[in-house]
Design a protein around this ligand. Structure first.
Ligand SMILES: NC(=O)c1ccc[n+]([C@@H]2O[C@H](COP(=O)([O-])OP(=O)(O)OC[C@H]3O[C@@H](n4cnc5c(N)ncnc54)[C@H](O)[C@@H]3O)[C@@H](O)[C@H]2O)c1
Length: 240
């Protein structure tokens, strides 16, 4: 087991990619705190502690931080997977409500998670942060202006944290999932998913577990010299 003795926190872990990451980390021996916006815990296939945390809420993160402090005050792994997809299309019709909502969860949420974890781990040992961005953080599709903005920010926030704390045992890396079979995709317009699929060289949709495999690698000591890396897990989409 690659993560024995480590404490991992995963956001957006009620379902989808976050859930797959939480379960994969737990299978590798990590103690996992899974968080999401819902108050009721889902049933996991492994032993996982669940806590409600709205990633955009400073107060919720402070509560999570106090719980970690009540233990030994250390966190070894943070996976920021919580995210929301757009309800509006192009910049011409984006509303401020939509813009603020998406940036609050996808961008501010990642910053608050990284703040909680780095503040606790500076001078205390190693921390591996794995952020979940998107292919749309690196290249452009049509529409979804707020989603693109937030996911691009996640990539460069990750690089910033990687460089800032490189000598202090803190690593930060970012995964760019392509089209992955989750609820987020299932509720999207079918023609939007079909267009992404048509441009995916492997010609298939990915599984949440394939993102989790990347997260386990980046969380573990197998990637001890890797920081600031941008890892597409996208069936070749961004290679084109
Ligand atoms: N599925 C894809 O094709 C795909 C592609 C690229 C990137 N992503 C990214 O992967 C991540 C996971 O998405 P997914 O596909 O599993 O979607 P999903 O909708 O299945 O899961 C997202 C999870 O985030 C949670 N969440 C939403 N708002 C939250 C908040 N304010 N606080 C805490 N949790 C919140 C949801 O409750 C949900 O459990 C997201 O960041 C998403 O942008 C997904």
């Amino acid at each position: 087991m690659k993560l024995q003795g480590k404490l991992a926190l995963v956001t957006g872990a009620y379902r989808g990619i976050g859930r797959a990451c939480a379960e994969a980390l737990a299978r590798e021996g990590a103690r996992v705190i899974a968080t999401d916006i819902f108050t009721e815990a889902p049933s996991y296939d492994t032993d996982i502690l669940y806590r409600q945390c709205d990633v955009g809420s400073e107060t919720d993160w402070e509560r999570i931080g106090r719980e970690i402090d009540a233990g030994d005050g250390k966190i070894d792994i943070l996976v920021n997977a919580a995210g929301v997809a757009p309800t509006k299309d192009g910049v011409h019709d984006v509303t401020m409500a939509d813009w603020d909502f998406i940036l609050r969860v996808n961008q501010t949420g990642v910053m608050l998670g990284m703040r909680m974890a780095t503040a606790r781990m500076l001078g205390k040992g190693s921390l591996s942060i794995v952020n979940i961005s998107s292919i749309w953080g690196q290249v452009a599709g049509t529409g979804q202006i707020a989603y693109h903005a937030s996911k691009g920010a996640v990539i460069n926030m990750t690089r910033n944290v990687a460089v800032t704390y490189a000598k202090q045992g803190i690593r930060a890396n970012v995964i760019l999932p392509g089209l992955i079979d989750t609820e987020m995709v299932r509720v999207q317009k079918p023609e939007m998913n079909a267009a992404t699929l048509a441009l995916t060289p492997m010609g298939r949709i990915g599984r949440p577990e394939e993102i989790a495999d990347g997260a386990v690698f980046l969380a573990s000591d197998a990637s001890s010299f890797v920081t600031g890396a941008v890892l597409p897990i996208d069936g070749g989409f961004t290679a084109q």
